[in-house]
Write a protein that binds this ligand. Structure first.
Ligand code: ADP
Ligand code: ASP
Ligand code: MG
Length: 402
């Protein structure tokens, strides 16, 4: 008998028939004598629909109320799944965030799980299946919180850690992690096993098949994960420690996101302290600056500074810059129609020329690079949004991933 955390994403619980199908998957595991905790997302599209409703009420909808609203999506699927299991004669019970409780800290809409009271559920697992709503918790002062988009993955990993589960399986609508999004690039290939580091880089640059903070926790506590399909029996992808993984390829995957915006301050003074004066108020406002480029100034007097931020923070960032009395510049320009395209691979470390090959490939497609950032196992570029899929396809091909 082993203890398993089974997480089902939005598409997997998107209709009543699918919830019944999920109940059958759980039944098979349960009939083998395993102890099961099922974590569910809201039905696909539900969270977006709720966000839209809040925006229709107010442009500046209160975040505490938003969390109360968003948490309801998972409450629905959680009850339906527990009911579907009972219909199959399996003892089952849903537990809401405050009933457990799942304790979180941090701001509304951006909290993280810090503890889960395991006692009652642990006891219940001897009798039946516990069904838990993903993506949410309750703060110390008893407010309902959510833990960021895609957060049910993080709930699953937190439960795997706190319940010392033997397995944590992420059931989704694709049959594993691919070399790029298989729904966008059909020649993408399934990856049988991938290291935490690579998965973390891939998910933080746009591969939403796993949420990045979930991968981070799994890496920190060495919790092996498996990503597999709810709809087929095919073998999935194992995410674990990097030993035993073949790094014969320099690049493991290509990902993209359209979450960024580019800002340029034209004609700022070229002297020590200017960059700090620009970024300090942004830092104070918790605006995350990603890539930064400073042009070489011809006259050593004026230069241009370009940087990228999250697209939904563009207006806030511009306002802060415009109100910043400690900097002088001629003009602020911005571009929202950009995409970040990234290649990720632990094999990069030992393969020279990967950067050159990437830039050459993009040049061959006549794609202009607007900004660049690198880490040991990742290279990201900002390009014009309209070239996104073209760039992904080209990189996928030249790094032998098709
Ligand atoms: P869930 O609702 O089950 O959590 P998500 O929509 O969050 O599912 O994640 C699954 C989706 O991730 C897939 O449908 C796929 O389009 C997308 N995706 C992006 N990059 C990748 C990748 N490298 N491998 C697999 N899927 C990916
Ligand atoms: N329902 C939430 C979202 O759409 C959480 C999740 O699905 O993981 O972001
Ligand atoms: Mg997801």
């Amino acid at each position: 008998m082993i203890k398993k955390i089974l997480k089902f994403g939005g598409t997997s619980v998107g209709t009543i028939e699918r919830i019944q199908h999920v109940a059958n998957i759980i039944k098979k595991e349960h009939d083998l004598g395993n102890k099961i905790i099922a974590i569910v997302s809201a039905m696909s599209g539900k969270t977006n629909e709720l966000i839209k409703m809040s925006q229709d009420v107010s442009e500046d909808f209160d975040k505490r109320e938003l969390d109360v609203l968003l948490a309801s999506g998972e409450q629905v699927t959680c009850a339906l799944l527990a009911g579907a299991l009972r219909k199959l004669n399996i003892k089952s019970k849903s537990w809401l965030n405050w009933q457990i409780p799942i304790l979180t800290e941090g701001d509304n809409t951006n909290s993280r799980i810090i503890n889960v009271n395991t006692n009652k559920i642990e006891e219940y697992l001897n009798e039946g299946v516990a069904v838990i709503p993903g993506f949410q918790g309750i703060s110390k002062d008893r407010n309902i919180t959510t833990i960021g988009r895609g957060g049910s993955d993080a709930t699953a990993v937190a439960f795997a850690k706190l319940f010392r589960a033997d397995e944590c399986i992420i059931y989704t609508d694709v049959d594993g992690v691919y070399s790029t999004d298989p729904n966008k690039i059909p020649v993408a290939k399934k990856i049988d096993k991938i290291s935490y580091d690579e998965m973390l880089e891939l998910s933080s640059v746009g591969a939403k098949v796993m949420q990045s903070s979930a991968v981070q926790t799994a890496m920190m506590y060495d919790i092996p994960l498996e990503v597999k399909s709810t709809f087929t029996d095919r073998k999935g992808t194992k995410i674990f420690n990097q030993e035993n993984i073949d790094y014969s390829k320099s690049v493991t995957g290509v990902a993209y996101s359209k979450d960024d915006a580019k800002l340029t301050l034209l004609g700022v003074e070229d002297k020590p302290g200017v960059a700090a004066n620009i970024f300090e108020p942004l830092n104070n406002a918790q605006i995350n600056v990603d890539m930064v480029i400073q042009n070489i100034s011809a006259d050593h007097k004026k230069t241009d500074i370009t940087f990228t931020i999250k697209r939904d923070e563009l207006l806030k960032t511009k306002k802060i810059l415009e109100n910043n009395q400690s900097i002088n510049y001629n003009e602020i320009t911005h571009n929202e129609k950009v995409a970040k395209v990234s290649i990720v691979g632990a094999g990069m470390v030992s393969t020279p020329g990967v950067t050159y090959k990437m830039f050459k490939g993009l040049a061959e497609e006549n794609i202009n690079i607007l900004a660049i950032s690198t880490s040991e196992i990742k290279i990201s570029v900002i390009i014009d949004e309209k070239n996104t899929l073209n760039a992904v396809k080209k990189l996928h091909t030249i790094f032998d991933l098709d």
